[in-house]
Design a binder for this molecule. Structure first.
Ligand code: MV4
Length: 500
């Protein structure tokens, strides 16, 4: 049984995993790059070791160095977090070879789901609905793809076999434009994954992106923890996730949950994982892919189920049976997560870097902030721009939205620009409030309110600088207050009566 866990990651997720380890009495080992000497995960771990220079290839992606540090420090387990090495079959295998417990699935499950064509075929044969498209695995030539395309029907999608996350994807409307798009998709996939293979699927339009959280132990027990609606995204980057999905009912949840469990069983899955679906307007659902890792948005599921998913991952890796049966899982209230990114929503979401001068985190009932940064920490351009996750819980979805608005108003970050104003505008949008959105919503129907007059902002900034200087560094970021503050209760009342 392992006693010391190396966390092969950085930022908020490294902190999240360290916290779970602490609570169950496990020792922790952090690894860090030269850009992360001052990072929170380094401070919170029992021990910390330098990996190398800031770029990921020279630090967080260095399997050899990470395994060497595990050996040196006596860590007998590794948690990979998400991103970096989390879905690298070779890394999970290398851990096993060295007698280190990989807190995640088997290498074979990672491989089966990592190849999207294999994943599609494996789950299809297990009776999981997939979008109509090419069948059977194998590298299809352009000629073969052009021949089956009319049978699938247009519009369709070219997808990269090694893909996921939208890279190497192309929409095709006619057979005539297909050869050029095949070439472009293969080129992009080759550059991104070193694998130019592609397959075809019929295009599903106006769908929602809904995913199911799975827990599977080493004794053959597999359960689901319900769904998260992740349709609010921009350029394949999720921005907001919520549980339950506004379109879900018990019947559909039971059906999709059973299918999600089947998909996990099809690859002998063990540990926490996520099955992604597209759900169309008629509530038909189709398997998209499986993420064989802990996900960024896992906290919304934790908030509505009361289950600590990271602790469950640790228990499963220790060989314990699941503590819950499917019928033990209850869903309580609603949770929403806003990803707070260091990027400027008024300038096409350009990344914003710099030192965090001040910050004030929202707290209080039903509010959770998972972050890896603090005042004094410098945001560099080397990694993901997500600096924190603001998660709220409410008795109902409407209460959760009101709480999120309150928390966004409380949140102060000085030193970098953030997408908080985007989230504020979104929380005020009628379509979001009504739960009426699909994956195109942010890019096609949503516009952030104009930024306030720059001259006023400049005066405000000058005054803020003075105030900060005089009041021993108490400063403020000017976040717009909500004009509807006083009528919020009326709004909830109306909203809830409408949805009875
Ligand atoms: C699709 C689709 C429509 N039809 N497949 C995007 C990333 C990858 N996980 C799969 N994706 C999609 N696959 C078919 N047959 C639409 C998307 C898609 C999407 C999916 C989930 C969340 C956001 C999205 C945004 C654009 C496209």
């Amino acid at each position: 049984m392992f006693k010391k866990v190396l966390i092969a990651n950085r930022g908020e997720i490294a902190v999240r995993v360290i916290r779970a380890c602490r609570e169950v009495g496990l020792e922790t080992v952090a690894v860090f790059s030269e850009a992360d000497r001052q990072a929170l995960h380094v401070r919170l771990a029992d021990e910390a070791y330098l990996l190398g220079p800031a770029p990921s290839r020279e630090s967080y992606l260095r399997m050899d160095k990470i395994l060497e540090i595990a050996r040196k420090s006596g860590a007998d387990a590794i948690h990979p977090g998400y991103g970096f090495l989390a879905e690298r079959e070779e890394f999970a295998a290398a851990c096993a070879e060295q007698g280190i417990t990989f807190i995640g699935p088997k290498p074979s499950s990672i491989a089966a789901m990592g190849d999207k064509m294999t994943a599609r075929e494996t789950v299809r044969k297990a009776g999981v609905p997939v979008v109509p498209g090419t069948e059977d695995v194998g590298n299809l030539s352009d000629e073969e793809l052009l021949a089956v395309a009319p049978k699938i029907g247009f519009p369709l999608l070219i997808k990269a076999t090694a893909g996921g996350g939208g890279k190497g994807m192309r929409e095709v409307r006619t057979l005539e434009e297909m050869p050029g798009l095949l070439r472009a998709a293969r080129r992009e996939a080759e550059a991104a994954f070193g694998d130019g293979n592609v397959y075809l699927e019929k295009l599903v339009t106006g769908a929602r992106h809904i995913e199911f959280q799975i827990l599977a132990d080493a004794h053959g027990n597999v359960i689901h923890l319900g769904e998260r609606d992740c349709s609010i995204q921009r350029r394949h980057q999720k921005l907001v996730e919520e549980a339950p999905s506004p379109i879900m009912d018990e019947e559909l949840r039971r059906k999709m949950g059973e299918v999600a469990v089947k998909a996990a069983q099809a690859v002998d899955y063990i540990n926490a994982g996520t099955i992604e679906f597209l759900v169309d307007k008629d509530r038909n659902f189709y398997f998209l892919e499986m993420n064989t890792r802990l996900q960024v948005e896992h906290p919304v599921t934790e908030m509505v189920t009361g289950i600590d998913i990271v602790k469950e991952q640790i228990r499963i890796a220790r060989g314990r049976p699941l503590q819950y049966k499917q019928e033990d899982i209850r869903f309580n209230g609603a949770a929403i997560e806003c990803r707070i990114n260091a990027e400027d929503p008024y300038s096409n979401f350009m990344p914003s870097t710099g030192r965090i001068a001040h910050s004030l985190l929202p707290t209080g009932p039903g509010v959770r902030v998972d972050t890896g940064v603090y005042p004094g920490f410098e945001i560099t351009p080397y990694y993901d721009p997500m600096i924190s996750k603001l998660i709220v819980w409410g008795e109902t979805r409407a209460q959760a939205i009101l709480r999120m608005r309150r928390a966004l108003e409380e949140y102060r970050i000085v030193g970098v620009r953030t997408n908080i104003p985007f989230h504020q505008t979104l929380m005020d949008s009628h379509r979001f409030m009504g739960g009426q959105y699909d994956t195109r919503f942010v890019e096609e129907r949503f516009a952030i309110q104009e930024e306030r007059d720059p001259a006023l902002l400049e005066i405000a900034a000058a005054l803020a600088t003075l105030a900060a200087h005089r009041q021993t560094e108490r400063a403020a970021q000017f976040v717009q207050r909500n004009e509807r503050d006083t009528s919020n209760w009326k709004w909830v009342g109306r909203w809830e009566r409408m949805h009875r």
